[in-house]
Design a protein around this ligand. Structure first.
Ligand SMILES: [Zn+2]
Length: 305
């Protein structure tokens, strides 16, 4: 079975042929995937638009610099609504992998303007509601769910956050849950992790593995067979034993691999970020020589058939 090849690069549209191990024997259709920066992706099938951890605010003029665990000033965080309005006009669902600000900050504003439904853990939903997202536009998940929607299904997979700070990350309040009692304005310190998910999105005959951090629980992902894998590829993956090889084996070598979180929300130079992503790409190729690893450009639509 032909699994993936770059068919053409044409203007802003990159067409990729990827005959998937289709979900539910569904014939693979065309989907579009767009990288939004940091761990943000947009996935659509011509009808439904699903966002993952949108964080357009990272492109705010002058930069933003949130989620600096050494920053003691605890600023009030607000999304860059001007930047979001330029980039996001429609959305139906927003998946949140965890509640740090570089994953969650923009979602409530986007949900309010597009009427999209936010799917995430209780802490993410708590922040969304305090920011004015109506109850019926939130779905709280705990991990382990496998939900059917009109034209896609979504498996919620328990996972782990990146082992930042040389594995000391879990010692910090950032690893705890979003505070129970919140009110506006919301400071950065409220955006605590609150648990981390991976998602398996089945849409238009494709199975898309979606992570937003540099870690996973092997037994939870073993045996999944996505044709497209969005994989956390930041430097903290090096704290994990055989991070890339174990994951590629567990997933049966996905045809297409899209690195994510490789630019660390713009906190490093773009050249440095690309070099890191290329290093990850070579790790993938060592384990899965036939995999097509695409280091995505910002806001460039990629088409998968
Ligand atoms: Zn995080």
């Amino acid at each position: 079975m032909k699994r993936a090849s770059i068919a053409k690069i044409c203007g802003l549209v990159m067409a990729v042929t990827s005959t998937s191990l289709a979900a539910d024997n569904e014939v693979a259709g065309t989907i579009q995937i767009t990288y939004l920066g940091n761990a943000g992706y947009q996935i659509e099938n011509g009808k439904t638009i699903i966002l993952v951890d949108p964080y357009i605010s990272q492109f705010r003029p002058g930069g933003m610099g949130p989620t600096d665990f050494n920053d003691k000033t605890d600023p009030i965080l607000t999304p860059d609504t001007v930047g979001i309005d330029k980039r996001i006009t429609r959305a139906d669902y927003i998946l949140i992998t965890h509640s740090h600000s570089d994953h969650l900050l923009d979602a409530p504003y986007i949900a309010k303007k597009t009427h999209a439904v936010i799917i995430g853990r209780a802490g993410a939903v708590r922040i969304a509601k305090v920011r004015g997202v109506p109850e019926n536009q939130t779905i709280t998940v705990k991990g382990g769910e496998d939900y059917a929607f009109d034209d896609f299904s979504l498996r919620v997979i328990p996972s782990l956050h990146s082992p930042l700070l040389k594995k000391h990350y879990n010692n910090l309040t950032w690893a705890e849950d979003v505070p129970a009692h919140l009110k506006l304005p919301i400071h950065e310190s409220a955006y605590r992790e609150g648990g981390t998910f991976i998602y398996l999105l089945r849409i238009a005959g494709h199975q898309i593995f979606i992570s937003g951090s540099m870690n996973y629980i092997e037994r939870e992902v073993e045996g999944l067979r996505p044709d497209i894998a969005i994989v956390g590829s930041g430097a903290s993956r090096k704290e994990i034993y055989h991070y890339t090889g174990r994951l590629m084996r567990a997933l049966g070598c996905p045809a297409t691999v899209l690195p994510t979180h490789w630019d660390s929300f713009g906190s490093m130079s773009h050249e440095q970020a690309v070099r890191g992503a290329e290093e990850f790409a070579s790790e993938v190729k060592q384990s899965c020589p036939t995999a097509n690893v695409i280091i995505p450009d910002y806001f460039k639509l990629m088409e998968f058939k």
